[in-house]
Write a protein that binds this ligand. Structure first.
Ligand code: NAD
Length: 259
């Protein structure tokens, strides 16, 4: 399928080489966007760009690196002349660790990619929209860990709670100048990140058990999340900004405090 809601639009997707970013790039491309696939893994970014049905370029960049931000912005403009849509999705999970065991290095590493990376992406997006003299739309990838807590996931959930701070500040700044900013909060989606997490909490079966206890009784797919991202980036969401939309099979509304 080509054509659709993003015909004539240019979309930057970070972390586009795998998982949810790849799914998002695919969906946006299927609906007509020209895509800039940004990933720290150059081969993965190239693979995604090559498999999209529409025009796409791959850019190797670390979203946590301030200098790299200018590089992927310049690459997007060189390829397509402008950017209209951003999915700031790249993120890492870190490791499960009880609070007394969590190292400063691990804490900082996760914040650098997940928080500084999304801040730099937002700043680049707003600077681009300003240079273009117009608005646009941005989606941040949050998480069920933006809304809930876990005793051994401090670094990751701190970073994903920070996503909501970035979201609200950016939405309030962007509203009056025609920029909408929203977030999608996935639950469990089997991706490389998910597999790495599973490896630190008893393996695949534990994650399968978690997925089977969500209200919708299954894990999510990258396509489930991409559908929400595409909606939020589209004109169908023209009156929505500053919102976090959970796409988690209902997991975030379960009250576990019951007899
Ligand atoms: P993934 O590991 O499958 O893919 C992440 C991609 O981001 C990879 O291609 C990786 O190379 C890239 N990346 C990592 N660090 C980067 C950096 N510094 N700069 C540029 N690219 C970088 O992970 P995923 O599951 O697709 O996760 C994507 C986002 O979704 C993350 O923000 C994650 O926190 C969030 N999320 C995932 C789940 C899940 O269950 N999979 C749930 C909630 C939230």
């Amino acid at each position: 399928m080509t054509g659709g809601r993003f015909e004539g639009r240019v979309a930057v997707v970070t972390g586009a080489g795998n998982g949810l970013g790849r799914g998002s790039a695919l969906r946006l491309s299927q609906e007509g966007a020209r895509v800039v696939a940004v990933d720290i893994d150059e081969a993965a970014a190239r693979r995604t760009a090559a498999e999209l049905p529409g025009e796409a370029v791959a850019v190797a960049a670390d979203v946590a690196d301030e200098e790299a931000t200018a590089r992927w912005d310049a690459a997007a403009v060189a390829a397509f002349g402008r950017v209209d849509l951003y999915h700031l999705n790249a993120g890492i999970f870190g490791t499960f660790a009880p609070l007394p065991e969590l190292t400063v290095e691990e804490f900082d590493r996760v914040q650098a990619v997940n928080v500084r990376g999304q801040f730099l992406g937002l700043r680049a997006a707003f600077r681009r929209f300003r240079a273009q003299g117009g608005g646009g739309a941005i989606v941040l990838t949050a998480s069920i860990a933006s809304l809930t807590g876990s005793a051994d996931l401090l670094a990751y959930q701190t970073s994903k709670h920070a996503t909501l701070g970035l979201l609200r500040g950016a939405a309030l700044y962007g509203g009056p100048i025609g920029v909408r900013v929203n977030a999608v909060a996935p639950g469990i989606v089997p991706t490389d990140l998910f597999a790495a997490a599973a490896g630190t909490v008893g393996g695949k079966n534990d994650m399968e058990r978690r997925a089977s206890t969500t209200p919708l009784r299954r894990a999510g797919t990258p396509a489930d999340i991409a559908a929400v991202t595409a909606f939020l980036l589209s004109e169908d969401a023209a009156y929505i900004t500053g919102q976090v939309v959970s796409a988690d099979g209902g997991a975030s509304v379960v009250n576990t405090v019951r007899p």
